[in-house]
Design a protein around this ligand. Sequence first.
Ligand code: TA6
Length: 269
Amino acid sequence: MNLEYGAGTTAKIHLYGATVISWIKDGTEQLFLSSLSKMDGSKAIRGGIPIVFPNFGPWSCGPQHGFARISWWKLQKKEKLTDCCRASFILEGNEQTLTMWKHRFQLIYTVELRSSELKTSLTISNTGSEPFDFTTLLHTYFRVSDINECSVTGFKACTYNDKVAKEDGKLENREEIRINANVDSVYIGAGKEGHLIKSSGRAISVEKQNLNDTVLWNPWLTKAKEMSDFDDEGYLSMICVEAGHVSSRKDLHPGETFSCGQVLKMIDK
Ligand code: TA6
């Protein structure tokens, strides 16, 4: 479904995974969506903002990154307010999820589109009688005009797990990170002051709410070619800067909720 702020500013959300698949600001697409992405519910959408829950990464109970991004959500509400258009989506424990994960839960995902920003918020509720634990992440694919002209800030002095080098506990000393190879790093406690993604002609800030960690990912050429739903050259026009609670598991007792989110803002350069 579509959110129309007007003046060439829109967003589009696919009910499969409640995946934001487009954010157009002044007529320019800000998110990356692979041209080979499946859009029929046969596999997670390759691009936009997939929702990772209840597990980031490989999962012994089910598919990598959990079931939220591969479930059909329901539209709960759509509103046009004075300064924003807002839509909320709901996913609750069901037969499919219960076969993987025996807990009852409710996810409410809200997407707010304003003139120069897109806010996505997730509220996780334990609606069962047993405590559970989870990790969660917003797997945001940002479109960049040229990865070689792109830089990202907000990681300096953070410890990170470098999944490419297979080395944990590395210390980041770069103020500004440029990508020129496969990168897959989980930064712990990054982005407290936000992240800034700069690529020729524009900049987007990422402000996180209650998501302590940030994952930085670009598959680069070899891994791009290995993914059937990822354009071979797609790595040149995307960077994933993923706000998440992934470096430790979050416990949720019956009746408790956990709210988190991110605000993506266009910054005039
Ligand atoms: O967020 C980075 C990551 O965990 C990478 O390791 C890579 O697997 C990426 O997610 C994409 O995962 P997917 O399951 O969507 O192919």
